[in-house]
Design a protein around this ligand. Structure first.
Ligand SMILES: *Cc1c(COP(=O)(O)O)cnc(C)c1O
Length: 365
């Protein structure tokens, strides 16, 4: 299989792209995940043939058999990344190669075919090539990119499918928090887990999210924003939130803790934070971190800050943790200084305002 250029690439431009005036109205206040750009990208994989039929076409419904395997057994994986408008008008991606690579790690776990990583990036270039004007320019606004892969074979038997679609859609997103991030209130789930050893926790799979919805509703019922999942063996160590990784900062020792990889999703934001914290002179420890320790060290003041991170919300302070055993706050429930500094450093790199010393930014327009 050649990986030179997208296979059989066909471009079908939208006959009536969104007029400028309407686009301006949409981009003034986009509601996350509700509006999509004029185009989408697709590639098909068929057993014996591999990837073929790359198509850039108008955004619209898919044609799928009601027997498509994804609809029954959830053979689906996805990625999430953003296109950032830089001050000079150009468009950059942040660590997109890492997303391309992680898609394939998820694919391995879900018995799906690998997508050549250069094609992942090419698909984004194709979509930005026609829909680049959908990348907003307000502070902290982005065009959210959603690449994903589904088992499209019409077959009700249980085995890996023989046909897949790789798809890419994009949705403009306003700043996640208007007027700066508001510290999160989190609920500790003591009844449900997100992932166990040997499970699919490290794969970015839609099924993991389906399983997180009930515990997430429980968190909302307790007046919280998000749920904290503990490890599935001892119900003792902190894993992560439904879609964000966690960090614990000890200012006096200048040590930053984060749960070790294994059952958690290996976040690209998490990885970038580990690098940036080390560069800021902090020691980083990827290790088991118990909920008891979190409670005790928050009470004693040894733990000075805690925050959650992910592509969507960047870095968000954690203010309060609630559980059946009672509540506790970190740094008086306020956003911490180190958290906000890291957040600014990361945003400055993503928006091209700081020098890209790590080679994390790829210009796509
Ligand atoms: C995507 C995701 C994250 C964050 O990963 P980033 O690469 O930083 O966006 C964290 N946890 C889960 C469960 C996720 O799906």
């Amino acid at each position: 299989m050649t990986t030179d250029g997208l296979p059989d690439l066909r471009r079908e431009p939208h006959p009536n792209p969104t007029p400028d005036a309407e686009l301006e109205r949409i981009l003034a206040n986009p509601v996350f995940g509700t509006v999509f750009t004029d185009h989408m990208f697709s590639l098909t994989w068929t057993e014996g043939r591999g990837w073929h039929s790359a198509t850039l076409k108008p955004y619209g419904p898919l044609t799928l058999s009601p027997a498509a395997a994804v609809l029954h057994y959830a053979q689906e994986i996805f990625e999430g990344l953003k296109a950032y408008r830089h001050d000079d008008g150009s468009i950059g991606l942040f660590r997109a190669e890492a997303n391309a690579h992680r898609l394939n790690i998820s694919a391995t776990r879900m018995a799906m075919p690998h997508l050549p990583e250069t094609w992942f990036l090419e698909s984004i270039r194709e979509l930005i090539g026609v829909d680049g004007r959908w990348v907003p320019d307000q502070d902290e606004a982005t065009l959210y990119l959603r690449p994903y892969m589904i088992a499209s074979e019409a077959f009700l038997g249980v085995r890996p499918a023989k046909e897949y679609q790789y798809l890419l859609i994009a949705s403009p997103a306003a700043a996640y928090f208007k007027g700066g991030p508001k510290p999160l209130t989190l609920w500790v789930s003591e009844e449900y887990n997100r992932a166990g050893p040997g499970g699919t926790g490290a794969a970015k799979a839609g099924g993991n999210y389906a399983a997180s919805l009930l515990p997430q509703s429980e968190a909302i019922d307790h007046g919280c924003d998000q749920v904290i999942f503990l490890d599935a063996v001892e119900y003792k160590y902190v894993d992560e939130l439904g879609g964000m990784n966690l960090f614990f900062a000890y200012e006096n020792e200048r040590v930053l803790y984060t749960p070790e990889l294994g059952t958690i999703l290996p976040g690209i934001t998490r990885d970038a934070i580990l690098t940036l914290a080390m560069e800021a002179g902090w020691e980083v420890r990827e290790t088991k971190y118990s909920i008891e320790r979190w409670r005790d060290d928050a009470a004693s003041g040894l733990l000075t800050e805690a925050f959650a991170c992910g592509t969507a919300a960047v870095i968000t302070p954690v203010g309060t943790v609630k559980s059946r055993d009672g509540d506790f706050s970190i740094s008086g429930g306020e956003a911490g200084k180190f958290t906000m500094q890291l957040r600014q450093t990361l945003l400055d790199i993503q928006y091209g305002r700081a020098e890209d010393t790590h080679g994390w930014v790829t210009k796509v327009a």
